[in-house]
Design a protein around this ligand. Structure first.
Ligand code: PMP
Length: 431
């Protein structure tokens, strides 16, 4: 098959691959990673805040002193040592009744979501999810050929009445609610204390499983986060988290805390996919949690991100054109902005890249093409000065777009919107 083109494969793809579309945005992201571009687009933690020398020494020892196990195959569920440590980490978030037996170690939170989708979703099944939601979860549900129905949020997170409506509208066919209740990606909002019980009650009353995705709960800027849903209810709740944001995403270690009855099936599905999670990465996380001041490191990340959030918010306050609004996250990595009437974040992207600033257009976070008036802005990766410079460039582009619209009318934006492509599939820039 040498010399074949992409077209030669088209008829051979499985049906689930047909939903895997990409868009022109991806090409722009390749440019966005150049150093001269201020990227507000990614979801990358600020890894330079880690004590890299000490981590390096620890990794060296892991190979030299424990190589016969750390470089060997392991068991599908993950090592007992790490699963015990994970229970200690969850206790810090308020989940005190977790057994290491019900923890399945995964290749990041991303594989955890994929495993749950493999276990529960048939083609055509319905998943309820916040609108907007995590782009990587949309990719997983799309690959499972499921349909996502979005449930509206406000500043207090998922709206209970909207959830009831969505359940009714899908005729009770939804398999689960996928939710990121704390410091949500991309919206930066948190489900309020008062609503947490209500949401759980609604799901229980309708027999709806809950997949709680909680990568950001420990990255709070103002006091502790509300208790996770899983700390309030065991039955029917799958809790997914990761070391990507509290330690390092490069190790690709996450986990699921599963209802006991499902654990074996999850392990079998994971073994079919990867045999076992990386013994070396698990050893690294176990060593990190056993020998290094990881709780202090989380405090360091919180301080760095709080300062960066404040820098981004004050820059937005100072420079955004009238009619722009944004969320004020109490933790996590993202601000969600709503542009003035008539601006289209996706159509504006090439102009923004030319002005050397990047963001993720809101459409990437919806399964149904809405979100043209929104954008996600990341504040974890760039310094406060770079964030301010990024907002300065962005506001300049928006002012220009607004001026063009007032000169040439709204058709300009509409014509461009018609050329906009399909939903963005997840990639590192969209994490
Ligand atoms: N869930 C959410 C909400 C995320 O934002 C991310 C990463 N950005 C993940 C899951 C997956 O992260 P990882 O695979 O690195 O653990």
């Amino acid at each position: 098959m040498s010399g074949t083109t992409q077209d030669d494969y088209t008829d051979r793809y499985a049906r689930r691959v047909r939903g895997m579309t990409t868009s022109e945005i991806r090409a722009l992201f390749a440019v966005a990673s150049r150093p001269e571009v201020v990227s507000l687009a990614g979801g990358s933690p600020y890894i330079a805040a880690l004590p890299l020398d000490a981590v390096g020494e620890m990794l060296g020892k892991l190979a030299a002193e424990q190589g016969t196990t750390s470089l060997q195959y392991g068991i599908g569920q993950g090592t007992v040592e790490l699963r015990e440590r994970i229970c200690e980490v969850m206790a810090l978030s308020g989940i005190h009744d977790a057994s290491p037996d019900d923890v399945v170690v995964t290749v990041g939170g991303q594989q955890a979501l994929d495993l749950i989708a493999r276990l529960f979703l048939d083609p055509g099944d319905v998943v309820l999810a916040e609108g907007p939601t995590y782009v990587g979860a949309l990719g997983v549900f799309q690959a499972a050929q499921a349909q996502v129905r979005h449930v509206a949020m406000d500043a207090d997170g998922l709206i209970p009445a909207a959830l009831v409506e969505a359940i009714a509208a899908t005729g009770g066919r939804a398999k689960f609610l996928y939710t990121i209740p704390t410091y949500q990606n991309p919206a930066g909002v948190t489900l309020s204390e008062a609503r947490r019980e209500e949401i759980l009650d609604i799901c229980a009353a309708h027999g709806l499983l809950v997949v709680e995705d909680d990568p950001y709960g420990m990255l709070s800027f103002e006091g502790d986060a509300p208790l996770p849903l899983r700390a309030r209810r065991r039955d029917g709740v799958f809790y997914v988290s990761t070391f990507s944001k509290t330690f390092a995403p490069g190790l690709r270690v996450g986990w699921i805390l599963t209802p006991h009855a499902v654990r074996e099936k999850l392990v079998m599905a994971s073994e079919a996919m990867i045999l076992c999670p990386s013994a070396f990465a698990q050893g690294a996380v176990t060593q990190y949690l056993s020998t290094m001041p990881w709780r202090e490191q989380i405090k360091v990340y919180r301080e760095v991100y709080r300062e960066r959030r404040d820098a981004l918010l004050s820059a937005l306050e100072d420079m955004m054109p009238a009619g722009t609004s944004w969320t004020t996250p109490a933790g996590g990595l993202f601000v969600w902005a709503t542009l003035p009437e008539g601006l289209d974040s996706k159509a504006m992207m090439p102009r923004a890249i030319a002005a050397r600033v990047a963001y993720v257009p809101g459409t990437g976070f919806y399964a149904d093409g809405v979100g043209t008036q929104n954008m996600r802005l990341n504040f974890s990766f760039s310094s406060p000065e770079r964030l301010r410079e990024g907002v300065r460039r962005l506001s300049g582009v928006m002012e220009q777009e607004l001026a063009m619209r007032s000169l040439f009318g709204p058709e300009l934006g509409d014509r461009r919107r018609r050329t906009a492509g399909a939903a963005d599939v997840p990639g590192p820039d969209l994490a």
